[in-house]
Write a protein that binds this ligand. Sequence first.
Ligand code: HEM
Length: 431
Amino acid sequence: MSADAQAAPDGLTPLNPEVQRCPYDWYEAMHSSGDGAFDAGPLGYVIAGHAEISKITFDTTGFSSEFYGPQGPQLAGVSPEPWSPEVQALWDTIPKLKNALFSCDPPTQTRQKAIAVKSMNIARVRKLEPTIRAEAEALIDEVIDAGRCDFFEAYAEPLPVIMVAQMLGMDGDRVLFKKWSDDIADGYLTPMDNPRRLEVLTSAKAFLEDLLPRIEARRVTPTGDLLSALVNSTIDEEDEAKFGELSGPRHLTDGELLCAVSQLLPAGNHTTTNLIANLLIELIEHPEVMAELRANPELIPNAIDESMRKDAPLRATYRVCTKDAEVSGTKIPAGSLVPMMWGGAGHDPELFPEPQKFDIHRENVKKHLSFGYGPHVCVGMPLARAVSRISFEVLLERVDNIRFAGGVSPTRAAQFPFSAYEGLQIEFDKK
Ligand code: HEM
């Protein structure tokens, strides 16, 4: 017999700041209940089971990625709170996005994805590895004599932003890119109030206005980067599928390009930064594992996967339920927002016994879903894997005795849907 979705007990909801800091107990409550979906109030119906999520990712008709609706992303978060007149006025001045990549469904998404994969596949990323290493070395050079640093500012933030911007072919102020990209990531995925919406939309406007002339320039002169590939590729099957006839190949529209690039830049930054910081924190807390990685750097990829399983850098993205659905016996009404809890899947005890334990030798660790799964699986996975692996190879090669500055452990940030820390001050010895 089917049941309506239950709320998780005792305030364990994704809007509770304590759950946002550390969702482990919430994950455990969902898994031990045996239900398929959980009522999360304004955030809809959460799915946390590994098997359930894996299945739903392929049902792109019943669970659509167009969760912003056909009008496209509005970059104002996922809260139901009505927009203030100021937010509306600012939004009216912003170039409009058309759903693309993770905010649209096949066949449109399939074509766009193919273009992005071509420019970001493993072979392309392998060619970038010497550059990633050189950038990592240069960042370490800047702090090595000081013996201490703000790890986010010095290393975990700049490295991903440098590499994603380089792959896209977007030169410019990296600090500004980082600010824009973090705000836009929030604008896509985070619950927020109107004051925060104004900040996020201000960044989005600046970013989109910076991007439009770059798109125009690459229409005239392609420059061999991902942005040029996106601008100059053609799509035809989409028209065929939609209108029943081939209306001829076409290029992506400005709206689609703005949307795709406004996903690529933030999707790769906040996530990879948090992955690098989360793993370093685990290693400082488990010095025996840090020593093992120093002795066997070939285990670094395992440690990366285990960190991603335990603390998915991007804990959730969303689907919208297009018709009444039932997930493992639990009902979800049509029109509901459905957070796909990638982080929850990594704590599913069916696959990962003792999920709160950090164990780089789990045999099945690669089965985590923290890069997504199915048609929307992360297009930046090769880049994220290379950047995070090389960042630890270089860090462990160059410095010893990495520890929390003053012995003070960092505090987890109250963020949904990201696993993040409020800061990370470290001390170390030069090798
Ligand atoms: C540790 C780093 C990363 C994590 C944890 C991560 C996580 C994810 C997840 C969970 C999805 C699935 C979204 C869904 O199904 O709704 C996804 C998709 C995506 N990711 Fe990543 N990602 C990372 C790095 C990157 C990088 C470096 C880039 C690009 C430079 C990137 C670009 C994208 C894009 C464009 C999609 C949408 C793909 C599609 O819809 O087909 N990500 N990512």
